[in-house]
Design a protein around this ligand. Structure first.
Ligand code: NFE
Ligand code: MG
Length: 578
């Protein structure tokens, strides 16, 4: 007899995600539905506003990727008004976005995903001396016996208190956990180190953006002025500027990021990937990948992350993307709780996109989702009608197809040590590994951008802002533009249209919408759904650890994905195994 497993809310993600998976009598997953259960209204409230203010609203789409929606928004306005920002502004935006991406990847690995692979209760049985020996052999920065003894005592206090707290949600002492007690203790110690590390490194965003989360941005560049030495604002004045002390702080933080990523995060990833190498053949998902490209236009005069689509894993062809082309990117709603004026079966390009809420599902609390009437607050974005995965794995695949050297070298080194071919990346563990590889590359690129910024300043180039947007009398009567970012979870773009200086339409198509959206009118499941249908069984269907592993490998952010609030605050149904 088949059963339906309902995980709602799925925890250790951002926001509200419900997964329903049907399993047969052997525990094999035979159906999967991914549902975003919360809706917000950011696209709607942007209508009628000044395009130059949009970023500050759009940035509130999410409190995790706190920078990227603001960045997509200012870029959309700059595209519409054909504004080129100064190179220093581009470098500073890259440094901020790079910081956001690396911080987010580390946080995801340790604080959101690691408990799918690491058993915190087992770490209590570890021999701290053995853990210290393993840590020394791995050349981890911290490998003393006193350290691991202290971490174990800290963990014991937590477990003895009966309040497992952060380690509790969605955690089972399941046979699928395979690491030795000592390795569990080591990775847990890095979980704790990672909390402090991510607090420290976010300061890069605060230095350039005034605060973090939600650093400040501006249409035309960045809002921080640069002072050449220790002084205040260039030309005098009472304000503050990013001066030499602050730039040295940024340098120290980039070094701190790189040290943690190269000596802690990547080695931990390799340990986990080695112990769970069977997860390189699970959770494959859709076979199509997309990256809009980003982090370019400065030092190497091109895309740091290349742009293109890889279909059906064919690495011999990177297909070009045009974000303005009505035939390429369209959002479908046939299984989403929205309506389109022209009917539910068509897809709309974001310039002509509509955000009209039309909840037609069962009244909560309800037992199960139903395809009749839709089952999600997420739309289904498609590229030329193909379901597409975006994110670190997609970028790795597009970089591979485009022949990008550094990512290829790092990937081959790591996979080589694990004895695996490149094709192994098309998997749950591949997504996790791709995130770490990307974090390493990004730390290295941040150093290049920082060096370039310092060189520009040394030459006397302090320009960070082009004020041409700030004279609306020179704007065209009507304009439209698209701004895109390679955000931590994948390709993000905002499309804006405005007339007489006021926004007429604003559409965000967000990484998690690409990945977590529902079945489209062509009958194709979204990437989460496809990845769950991986022809494997759940060892203990009542403890669906395997589902969590695969969904977490995408790093879901539902606030981003639905970004459009339902009235009344629908009840979020508690975790239920049916
Ligand atoms: Ni809310 Fe986001 C990222 C964006 S996700 S985290 O990364 O954009 O879909
Ligand atoms: Mg949208």
């Amino acid at each position: 007899m088949s059963k339906t497993i309902v995980v709602d809310p799925l925890t250790r993600i951002e926001g509200h995600l419900r997964i329903e998976a049907g399993v047969d009598e052997t525990g094999r997953v035979i159906s999967a539905l991914s549902s975003g259960t919360q809706v917000r209204g950011i696209e709607i409230i942007l209508k009628g506003r000044d395009p130059r203010d949009a970023w500050a609203f759009a940035q509130r789409i999410c409190g995790v990727c706190t920078l990227v929606h603001g960045l997509a928004s200012v870029r959309a306005v700059e595209d519409a008004l054909k504004i080129e920002i100064p190179e220093n502004a581009q470098l500073i935006r890259n440094l901020m976005a790079g910081c956001q991406l690396v911080q987010d990847h580390v946080m995801h690995f340790y604080h959101l995903q690691a408990m799918d692979w690491v058993n915190p209760v087992s770490a209590l049985k570890a021999d701290p001396a053995e853990a210290a020996r393993i840590a020394a052999a791995q050349d981890y920065p911290e490998s003393s016996l006193s350290h691991f003894t202290a971490v174990q005592a800290q963990l014991k206090t937590l477990v003895d208190s009966g309040q497992l707290g952060i380690f509790r949600g969605g955690f089972w002492d399941h046979p699928g956990y395979r690491l030795s007690p000592e390795v569990n203790l080591i990775v847990l110690s890095h979980y704790l180190d990672g909390l402090k590390w991510q607090r420290d490194v976010g300061k890069i965003m605060a230095i350039f953006g005034g605060k973090d989360p939600h650093p400040n941005l501006v249409v035309g560049g960045v809002p921080c002025a640069i002072a050449a030495g220790e002084g205040d604002l260039p030309g005098g004045g009472d304000g503050t500027a990013v001066n030499l002390t602050m730039l040295q702080k940024v340098q120290a933080l980039i070094t701190q990021m790189n040290t943690f990523v190269s000596r802690v995060y990547l080695p931990d990833l390799e340990l986990i990937a080695g112990a769970y190498s069977d997860w390189f053949t699970r959770g494959e998902g859709v076979r199509n990948f997309l990256a809009y490209g980003d982090f370019g236009g400065t030092v190497d005069n091109g895309f740091g992350v290349p742009r293109g689509v890889v279909l059906n894993r064919d690495l011999t062809s990177v297909r070009p993307i045009d974000l303005g082309d009505q035939d390429q990117i369209r959002e479908f709603i046939s299984n989403a709780w929205y309506s389109y004026e022209g009917g539910k079966d068509q897809g709309l390009h974001p310039y002509a996109g509509e955000t009209t809420l039309a909840y037609d599902g069962p009244q909560p609390p309800f037992a199960n989702l139903s395809k009749a009437g839709g089952y999600s607050w997420l739309k289904s974005p498609r590229w030329r009608e193909h379901p597409i995965e975006v994110g670190p794995l997609a970028r790795l695949v597009v970089m591979r197809a485009a022949g990008e050297a550094r990512s290829g070298q790092l990937t081959d080194q790591i996979l080589g040590r694990l004895g695996l071919p490149f094709e192994a990346v098309y998997s749950t563990m591949g997504r996790i590994l791709a995130r770490g590889i990307e974090a390493q590359i990004m730390c290295e690129r941040m150093q290049v951008w920082q060096d370039r910024l310092m060189a520009n300043i040394a030459k006397g180039d302090l320009k960070t802002f082009d004020g041409s947007a700030w004279n609306p009398s020179k704007w065209p009567k009507k304009a439209q533009g698209v701004g895109y970012v390679e955000a931590p979870r994948g390709s993000l773009a905002h499309w804006i249209t405005f007339e007489d200086g006021k926004i007429t339409n604003y559409q965000a198509v967000v990484p998690t919408t690409w990945n977590a959206g529902p079945v489209d009118p062509m009958g194709q499941p979204g990437p989460y759904e496809a990845a769950l249908l991986d022809d494997h069984t759940l060892a203990i269907p009542d403890q669906p650890l395997e589902l969590l592993r695969t969904i977490h490998s995408f790093d879901p952010c539902m606030a981003c994905a639905a970004h459009v609030l339902g009235g009344g605050g629908e009840e979020i149904v508690s975790v239920k195994i049916a």
